[in-house]
Design a protein around this ligand. Sequence first.
Ligand SMILES: [Zn+2]
Ligand SMILES: [Zn+2]
Ligand SMILES: [Zn+2]
Length: 361
Amino acid sequence: MTLPYQCPDCGTELGYKGLCWRCRTAANRRAALAWTPEELSAKEQEIIAQIEDVPDDFWYLLCCRGRLAPEIPRAALAARSFWPSALYYHAPTDVRDGLIAALMETDAAHEANELMMCLGMQGDDQSLAALLALERNPRPWHGKLHVEPSVYAQCGGWTFDREGRRRTLNYDTCYTLVHAASEEELCRSPVRIARPREENCPHCGSRMADMLVLDGRDARLRFLGIDGILTATCCPNCVAYAEPILSRYTLDGGSEVLSYEDTGDTTYIEEELVRIFENDLILGETPVPLFYGARFEDTCTLGGFALWWQDWEYTACPDCGQPMKYLMQIHWEALTDYMEGTLYIEFCPDCQLVSMQHQQT
Ligand SMILES: [Zn+2]
Ligand SMILES: [Zn+2]
Ligand SMILES: [Zn+2]
C-alpha cells in the first residue's frame, strides 16, 4: 500500500501532510531545549493559565528541561487540578499540606485515587506518613480502589513497608539511548540492546535475546551500584504475551532465564527479529532530565521515570519479596516498525534477578 504523503524529514509514508509523529516530537524537543529564560517564564505563565487542562508544553518543560516552578503545583492545587500527578513532583511543603488535607477530606474514590498519585509524586516523609496512615486505617473509598496506598507511592518511584520504612524504586539519574555513529562507538558502549543468544525459546522457537547487556563499571552507570555486568534475557516474542519473564544474572556476564509460561499461539516474523538484533542503540554521553522518557515514546531511557501505557508495575522479586527497582524502558518501535508497546526492565540488586514485562495501549 502506498500512502499519498511523505514525512519531509525522514521519508516515512503518511496519510496526511506534515511531519510523522516521531519527527514532530523530535522537532518539539529541539525547540524546548532552545527556549530562552524569557521563553521559559512565558511558557510557565501559559501553563498556569491553562492549569485545568495542562498543555503539552508542560510536558516539554518537565521532560526536556527538567523544570517545574513551584508556582505550577500551587496553581494546580488552587484549581483542584490533580491530573497529571507529575504536576506535583517534589512540590513544596505548602502544596503537600494542601494535597494531604484534600485527601483526608474527600469521600470520592476517584479523587482519592488521583490525590494518592499526587502524593506519590510529591514524595517527602509527610506524604509517606499520610499514605501510611491511610494504609493502616482504610477509608470507606478504599474498597473501590484496586491497590494499597503503598502501591500509589510507587508512581513517584518509591514505596514503604508495613513499618513505614521507605524504599526507593527509581534512580535519580537518567540517560537516553542514541544511535551509534560508528561500529567502533557501538562496540564501546556499556549498554547494548537485544543481543541474539544461541538458544531458542522452548515455547515459540524464536531466538532468545539478551534484551539488555549493561556494564555497570562505566563511569556513567556508577549510580546503579552494579560492579560488573547485568544481563536481561528473555524470548523477545513471548515477553509480549507472558507475565513478566525473569532472568538471573552474574556480574561476570552470565545469565539464565527462569522458566516462563507457555502462552500458546504466539507468532512472530523471523525477518523482524533479525531487524531487532541489528539495532545500533547505545548509551547517551550525558544525563538527561528524569522525566525525559516519561511522556513521549520516541526515545528509550535508562533510569529516571518510565512511560507506562497502563498502570505502573513493579515486579515483586520472587527471592526476597521486595518490589524491584526500575531500570529502563525499550520501545519496540525503536527496534522495528512491526512491533508496538514497551518493554520495561526492572531488577533486584540484592538477588541479582531481572524482570522484563511488556505493556501497550
Ligand atoms: Zn519523520
Ligand atoms: Zn518464545
Ligand atoms: Zn530480591
